[in-house]
Design a binder for this molecule. Structure first.
Ligand code: B1M
Length: 230
């Protein structure tokens, strides 16, 4: 569709709308062009991400829920989203700041959603954290192994399904059994979660989105530093 349109003369609001439509249609090449055009207009990578890609994916999510879109179409949209994110990735993770902490992050067992988790990983890197991204479908053993290997300050878990979110409790219970729960900051996120769930399973905090994850991680790191200094 965007082949026939000159995106360079299009007002930015329309361009963002088109990005959402092309993401919906799974047109990765067009999405990449539009992301680059937005960046060329001096939009911040974060704005392109949230006002373009994430907004577009929200519409995909609604239509998936309502039975208008099906898995193959959503996969195409996810591919287009990832292509756009790849353009933004170096810009979001670029930081001259010294490392302020480290994080192991993964999507829990049974769950293959990774777009939001990857976004969190990128934004955390951009904020100066060293991030070890375990990918999708992670068992307790994967998390424990990564914790042993990387000795992180933070463990982040993502779940997008109501059927997989209870697995976060399994991981936290394993941390308790291993006697390492209190050595770690445990942050959880994903669309079906909320504050009450996080509290109930014994996480330190629920993070609504990637920006909140960064803020929360920084806040907990600060508390940690103060406790160590005291
Ligand atoms: Co799926 N899917 N999906 N899906 N999918 C949802 C989650 C769903 C809500 C769609 C719907 O019905 N409206 C629904 C879940 C219903 C439920 O459980 N309540 C659903 C379903 C049912 C399924 C399948 C079961 C469908 C099927 O096979 N019949 C299946 C499950 C497969 C599995 O995991 N075992 C499935 C499959 C898929 C695809 C493979 C097609 C694809 C995933 C591709 C991929 O990730 N590589 C997919 C997609 C794309 C979605 C939707 C449409 C979009 C998710 C997304 O990427 N959002 C989603 C609908 C929705 O969420 N509204 C849906 C964009 C992303 C930026 O947001 O992931 O929320 P999000 O991440 C945010 C925050 O949540 C937070 O920060 C992120 C960035 O701001 N956050 C964290 C996330 N993780 C965090 C971790 C942290 C902190 C914050 O750690 C500290």
């Amino acid at each position: 569709m965007s082949d026939e349109i000159d995106i360079t003369t299009m007002p930015t609001e329309e361009l963002l709308e088109l990005m959402g439509e092309d993401l919906y249609d799974g047109l990765a090449e067009e999405v990449v062009e539009e992301v680059n055009e937005c960046l060329g207009r001096q939009m911040t990578p974060y704005d392109v991400l949230t006002r373009g890609l994430v907004a577009g994916m929200e519409i995909v999510g609604n239509d998936f829920r309502d039975g208008i879109l099906f898995v193959p179409e959503v996969l195409m949209a996810a591919k287009a989203m990832k292509a756009g994110m790849e353009v933004l990735r170096p810009l979001l993770v670029e930081t001259g700041a010294p490392k302020i902490g480290s994080m192991v992050i993964g999507t829990v067992k049974g769950d293959i959603h990774d777009i939001g988790k990857n976004l969190v990983a990128m934004m955390m890197e951009g904020a100066g954290f060293e991030v070890f991204n375990l990918g999708i479908n992670n068992s307790v053993e994967n998390f424990l192994e990564a914790i042993q290997k990387h000795n992180p300050d933070i463990i982040g878990m993502s779940a997008l399904l109501t059927t997989t979110m209870p697995y976060m409790r399994v991981v936290i219970d394993a941390l308790k059994s291993e006697g390492i729960r209190d050595d770690l900051i445990v942050l959880v996120g994903g669309a079906p979660l909320n504050d009450a769930f996080a509290e109930d399973i014994g996480a330190d905090a629920y993070c609504r989105d990637a920006a909140v994850a960064v803020e929360t991680a920084k806040k907990f790191m600060q508390i940690r530093r103060e406790m160590k200094a005291a």
